[in-house]
Design a protein around this ligand. Structure first.
Ligand SMILES: [Zn+2]
Length: 125
């Protein structure tokens, strides 16, 4: 009786293990490059000298942060002039108080919401 020698040689490993060291890895562009977060609207940054009567995005001169200004409307000289004009033209006396209740006649006081610094006063005159 002969021994069944059906052992096929497993020793020959194919030499296909190519070293992957010299492959130029493409630098992935997702690594901390400016991520396009949509937090910044298309409204341009206005320097504090050009602030209008509306709240605007500006860079605070005090805390250097990009903020949207808080606007408080206060009666300025223009409101007083309108008040006098109402009196002079003989309107009903209560009408002269209109400028003190309408934002359009009042000065806009811009302040920083972060540090409460007064940034600009938009005067009507
Ligand atoms: Zn500030």
């Amino acid at each position: 009786s002969s021994l069944p020698s059906t052992s096929n040689e497993p020793g020959s490993i194919p030499t296909s293990s190519s070293p992957t060291a010299s492959i130029p890895t493409v630098s992935n562009p997702t690594a901390s490059v400016s991520s396009p977060t949509a937090s910044v609207p298309t409204q341009p940054v206005i320097c504090s000298g050009n602030l209008g009567p509306e709240p605007a995005i500006t860079t605070c001169t005090n805390c250097r942060q990009r903020v949207t200004t808080n606007v408080v409307y206060k009666a300025g000289a223009f409101a007083w002039l309108i008040c006098l004009a109402f009196i002079l033209f003989g309107f009903v006396f209560g009408c002269c108080l209109i400028p003190f209740f309408m934002d359009a006649f009042q000065d806009a006081h811009h302040s920083c919401p972060q540090c409460n610094a007064s940034l600009h006063v938009h005067k009507r005159l």
